[in-house]
Design a protein. Sequence first.
Length: 414
Amino acid sequence: MTSPARLGLSKPLKSPDVPVVEMVSTTRRNESRSVMALIAALLDQDVPVRDIVVVVRDLDPYEEPLFRAALQHSVVPIFWTQLRVTQTRPFNLLVSICDALAADSVDKHTLLQPLGHRWTPPGENTSTWPMKPKAVQRTKSTLPDDTRTLTEWVDWTVESDEVDNRIETFAQWLDDVPEPQPATVASVLKDVVDAYATYGLPETQAADSPALLDTETDARAVLRVQTLVEQLHHKFSDRLNEGAAEQTWADVGELSTLIATQRPGRREHSHARAVDVLEANDVWGLDIPYVITVGLTASEWPQVTDSTTQPEFEEAILRGNSEACKLSPDTSWTDARDRDHFEDTLDAASRGIIMTRHEETTSGDVVHPSQFLQFVETEVVPDTEIQQLRSPERDVPGAVRAMLPESMETETDD
């Protein structure tokens, strides 16, 4: 424990028992195109889709380019990531409703916040909802700056000739919401989320890019928040019975946030024709013939974790020198976690591994290869074969073709 080897915090990488091929592209987008072109080419050779998996260290920078490349090559990808529910519009709509209902009096910002998150009257069937962001901002400028009760806001909107009539509809709806009994909470919030699914979600799709990533995230969030509302009914009832919560909308909002952060929601699919794209911490224990490991750059594998501890002190603790041997090191100070995930990725492959990386940023800066590559002997695919792979013919590179069973390899040669 006190030897210099403690710096590693894990055993050295071992070379995999299967062939390893390396494909190098210029940019991240070209790397993503190469990956999806390779998958399409393997599928053309009758490799079962379940025999291929794509593994990345972090999906955030790769999901969008991989998705676009998949569309280009007619590949259906499934991205297994955690949904950050608290950062989605449907969840913030729910919380903003609770905030508006919780206070004895509210200002115009709190009052209009749900409209900014596309609140729509439950059961409404009209093209005038949800309100556009510009309409909400325009209305905000016409409202007084003082705080008022919901009833006073209703009275003000009725008397004002300048305010949008939809503000009166919304204020009246808020004022009519009953006290937060568990059944009431479930009913009110379910109607809100269902109305968002009907009228708010199409707004996201209309403004989305062709890849529809925002639409997919929004749709996932709707499903997650609908489940959260169902859980809220029972958990709020339990909290009230235990005396751990008060019968207020403020406590409903707080409990909603607690549920969302404890159960962020992992994407679940049942698409039998889709290629799985996983993050490295999810690959442990899998047995997949062909593993495509993406993003083997120095900035991705491993990722450097920011630390407030001085490097000299970190090293002293890791080495266990003198009194520092009594202190426990933080594993984020080393690359051990990423190295273990990388080794899990190598172990998952039973026929072959294809490693990809890029050499430039979009601004032309040099991107260096991952230090993990020095532990693995790879066969580099020539640029000409990568170009041929991304061409309409989609020829499988020779080094990858050698990984295929003899029957497939013969068919490819023919």
